[in-house]
Ligand binder design. Structure first.
Ligand code: A2R
Length: 323
């Protein structure tokens, strides 16, 4: 058993816990009654933290309690809950779980898009409520035919969504920080301009302060009364109160949402709306993909603890780190 000590910040899948426990000395912060006392007495021994979204922020103040911290293993490709910039500046590497969830999230994004446009959950409710018998055929819906989709964030997942959308016959455009010369679709430097030109806006860029509220009132009004917003990234990218207002008034046509600003709280004003489809952040949530993600967390921390370095460090903490 290695003397490399790891602290798991919140309840996590057994595969991760057991994978770490087989090789390292592991503490479960979420099972410790007096967390402050544990950290005060044992913080110096901790060299790795493992956590995910929903476990609370791993910010500078949290990490500072562990003076010998060397690695933060984040469960998920999005690491907006970790202050990676501070970590990098303080000699701590942060790892995430890219690639292994790309296809799963892209599949979900297309499923949510079709569900939203063709109103599949609403149609299912219609059958269950006996309305097919009592009220006749389900009303006609929107269509993906002859539509154009703009993708906000053409990274790993955005590109996988683009591939699928192209196969569905959608015309495509994208907005990201910089244009990609190898991509055949038009690039928009302005998100508002892209929103004006497309029927569907697919949001798949990272959360965090740099993207907070970038799907603004101006963007959603540009998308317009026939426009469809799909968000499979983070709730923070969208101005949520404005989105609710525009969906209620019909100034935004429809929305398919897998993510929300204050999960698991979802604005209750969305519940009665027929032009929204709501999912409980399930983009990567299959047994297959969560196992791949969990194994990657374990492999990162174990590799690091054995002196072989991290496998998938985030861009803010490139390996080897220069303090
Ligand atoms: O760096 P660029 O130009 O390739 O753009 C990235 C884009 N992006 C942004 N676009 C507009 N404004 C921003 N402030 C901004 N910041 C980043 O998002 C890139 O095209 C994309 C991110 O791609 P990847 O790093 O490959 O991430 P991946 O694996 O596709 O996952 C995206 C997100 C995660 O962060 C989770 O929040 C979510 O999907 O599940």
């Amino acid at each position: 058993m290695s003397e490399f000590e790891v602290l798991i910040t919140g309840p996590i899948m057994p595969l991760i816990r057991e994978g770490l426990e087989a090789r390292l000395k592991v503490h479960r912060l979420y099972e410790i009654a007096d967390k402050a006392a544990f950290i005060a007495s044992h913080g110096k021994a901790i060299r790795g933290l493992v956590g995910g979204s929903g476990h609370g922020k791993i910010d500078a103040a949290f990490m500072q309690q562990f003076p010998n911290l060397q690695i933060v293993g984040n469960f998920g490709v999005g690491y907006d809950g970790v202050d990676a910039k501070w970590a990098g500046e303080n000699g701590i590497v942060v790892t995430n779980t890219p690639d292994v969830l790309t296809d799963e999230v892209a599949d979900l994004a297309m499923g949510l898009l079709i569900s939203t446009v063709r109103r599949l959950p609403q149609a299912d409710r219609y059958v269950r409520e006996g309305k097919w018998v009592s009220a006749g055929n389900f009303p006609l819906t929107g269509s993906l035919r002859e539509k154009k989709m703009g993708i906000l964030g053409l990274g790993r997942i955005g590109a996988a969504i683009a591939k699928r959308a192209a196969a569905f016959g959608l015309a495509l455009a994208y907005h990201s920080r910089s244009p990609k010369p190898e991509v055949p679709y038009p690039y928009y430097a302005s998100l508002v301009d892209m929103a004006r030109d497309v029927d569907i806006l697919m949001v798949i860029a990272p959360g965090g302060e740099s993207t907070r509220g970038i799907v603004s009132r101006a963007v959603m009004e540009a998308l317009g009364p026939a426009g469809v917003l799909i968000n499979v990234a983070r709730g923070t990218l969208v101005d949520e109160p404005v989105m609710v207002e525009l969906l209620k008034s019909g100034k935004l046509g429809a929305a398919g949402l897998d993510v929300f600003e204050k999960e698991p709280a979802v604005p209750s004003e969305l519940f009665p709306l027929e032009n929204v489809v709501l999912l409980p952040h399930v983009g990567s949530a299959s047994h297959y993909t969560r196992n791949k993600m969990g194994q990657l967390v374990v492999d990162n921390v174990v590799s690091f603890s054995e002196g072989r370095g991290p496998l998938t460090p985030v861009p803010e903490t490139p390996w080897p780190l220069h303090k």
